[in-house]
Ligand binder design. Structure first.
Ligand code: MLT
Length: 404
């Protein structure tokens, strides 16, 4: 008799954004004429930078000739992209990352989800609350969740409230944990940590032999000088942190798919008897076995953003979304909402003034025809909040704010 992975059965029926899509579809079916503005899932609206399109056309042509055709590529990514990442994303920060510490992939979602493959089942996981649901759900799928409690938390996972009461700076865990997920600039709250606020986390990990999984997917939206672009700006982080980056929001790759993960060669984990293992080799082994690499054409598109023209085009995209974030922040504040985020991030997080996030989500959908994301979908500390994205067009963003 076939046995199912019963941990999947323990999960709530659907993924947050699937549930939102279901509600929107249901509403749309009943009201086909409704003009719905989508500010829910963080999906971009601007087309890819021109340099990416040109690079992809060229790469497609290369595939047409025996001399330039490419089959399987290196699982870790092509050197032409890894070298650009090293030189543009890390060197200017004073961070020395070698190309064999960079693993090009097809999305930060996949990598933050798949990383649990190389972690022991008995690790105690800590997440900030609210949290990007992938971190929690993938740990539940692999058996680290425990029981689902009434408040929506899992009994074996440590939740670190991150809310207006603590200025969106979570406290260090009170109980011993071995893996900590940090996403900064944060999804969903749109808030960031300064270097000074991030340092205690690295110190904690060094002291407790813990691992930080640092999701920096929104790094390109940082505007404030004291906010670090990489966790490796903090001394010692290379021993205790894996960093995830993505081209999705930076360069409009949500549908094109390209990202990378940095696993420094000095980053350690331990066996049952304290023996030291290095995670770089483990992640490499995992990727070589289960992943055949990001397509050549896509990696050429990602490489193109590092040219002078590409950097300008990406900056223009980010500025455009920042403008939207400013419109949302100012508009909601004017209307009396308490608003957070949106300065170093494309996400705006605001207090609804209602107890229930889903109720306010439904109100915005049904009365204003605006799709948002209910804060509680990201965890119990998100109750009473709503997340809006700055990824729609300028016109639609202005219209949404007018409608509220
Ligand atoms: C979000 O809306 O939180 C993100 O777009 C989801 C993702 O990147 O997977």
């Amino acid at each position: 008799m076939i046995q199912i992975n019963e941990h999947f059965a323990e999960l709530p029926q659907s993924y947050l954004f699937t549930e939102i899509a279901r509600r929107v579809k249901k509403y749309q079916e009943k009201h086909p004429a409704a003009d719905i503005i989508k500010m829910g899932i963080g999906d971009v609206t601007l087309p890819l930078p021109k340099v990416c399109i040109e690079a992809m056309h060229k790469a497609v042509d290369e595939m047409a000739y025996k001399e330039t055709f490419r089959g399987y590529g290196p699982e870790q990514g092509y050197a032409f992209l890894q070298e650009k990442i090293r030189d543009f994303d890390f060197k200017p920060l004073g961070v020395n990352i070698e190309t064999d510490e960079i693993f090009v992939s097809d999305g930060a979602k996949s990598d933050t989800g798949n990383i649990v493959d190389i972690l022991g089942i008995d690790n105690k996981i800590a997440v900030t609350d609210p949290v990007y649901p992938v971190y929690v759900d993938t740990n539940v799928m692999s058996g680290r969740g425990g029981k689902l409690l009434e408040n929506g938390c899992w009994s074996n996972i440590v939740y670190l409230p991150t809310n207006s009461e603590n200025g969106f700076v979570p406290e260090l865990p009170k109980e011993e944990v071995s893996v900590i997920y940090l996403c900064f600039p944060n999804n969903p709250t749109g808030t960031a940590l300064t270097r000074e606020q991030l340092k205690p986390w690295v110190d904690y990990a060094l002291q407790h032999k813990a691992l930080i999984l640092f999701d920096a997917a929104y790094e390109a939206f940082i505007t404030e000088k004291d906010v670090p672009h990489s966790i490796y700006e903090i001394p010692g982080a290379e021993e205790v942190a894996i960093e995830f980056r993505s081209y999705s929001k930076t360069a409009g790759f949500t549908g094109t798919r390209c990202s990378y993960t940095v696993v420094p060669k000095s980053c350690k984990a331990y066996g049952k008897n304290g023996e030291v293992y290095y995670l770089n080799g483990f992640w490499k082994r995992r990727q070589c076995t289960k992943f055949n690499g990001t397509p050549y054409i896509i990696q050429r598109a990602a490489e193109a953003i590092y040219s002078a023209e590409g950097q300008q085009q990406v900056a223009d995209i980010i500025n455009y979304y920042h403008e939207n974030a400013g419109i949302i922040r100012a508009g909601l504040s004017q209307k009396g909402f308490e608003v957070f985020g949106g300065v170093n991030s494309p996400y705006i997080w605001f207090k609804t003034g209602e107890k229930d996030s889903w109720k306010f989500f439904d109100y915005l959908l049904e009365e204003k025809n605006i799709v948002t994301t209910p804060g509680v979908g990201f965890g119990p500390s998100g109750q009473g909040y709503i997340r809006m994205t700055a990824f729609n067009t300028n016109e639609r963003t202005l219209e949404a704010i007018e409608r509220i």
